[in-house]
Design a protein. Structure first.
Length: 150
């Protein structure tokens, strides 16, 4: 993983992150968030993955269902955010649209992805932190602007 701070002004920082073959997306971004002290940020990326696991949220079961992707795919779009969990640690929420060889696409919450050959990411930090709070209705940790449990 390579990263560089490319802009900083008024409490906002922008990083460009380049992942290379073999880098795991979530682990790399979590390490960046810890190293840079990111407490509220948004990100976007394009590139390609050798394999991945995306997931969709099963509302009735209140849990994510994995969808293994065991083929080379284009990362058509990767969007996400970084917020703090209740222990003050960075937590990532990533959604990906992955393009297959035949031009079809699949998407969902990105649980993991192994880069091949590159993933180019722009991370923009906000001047204030975001807090994730456990929501008992969904069982998910959701961003709450007031930090309060609904």
């Amino acid at each position: 993983m390579q990263s560089r701070l490319v802009h900083e002004a008024n409490g906002q920082r922008t990083f460009v992150v380049v992942l290379e073959t073999g880098d795991e997306v979530r682990n790399s971004l979590h390490r960046l968030a810890e190293d840079e002290g990111l407490s509220g940020a948004q990100l976007s990326a394009i590139g390609a993955l050798r394999c991945a696991t995306i997931r969709w949220f099963d509302w009735e079961a209140k849990q994510y269902r994995p969808i293994p992707v065991e083929e080379q795919v284009e990362v058509v779009s990767l969007l996400g955010d970084i917020a703090l969990d209740t222990e003050g640690q960075p937590k990532l929420h990533l959604h990906a649209v992955l393009g297959r060889r035949d031009g079809s696409a699949m998407g969902g919450d990105l649980e993991r992805g192994e880069v091949r050959p590159t993933l180019e990411i722009v991370v923009t930090e906000s001047p204030t932190h975001l807090q994730r709070v456990h929501d008992p209705q969904t069982g998910l940790a959701l961003i709450r602007l007031d930090g309060q449990v609904p």
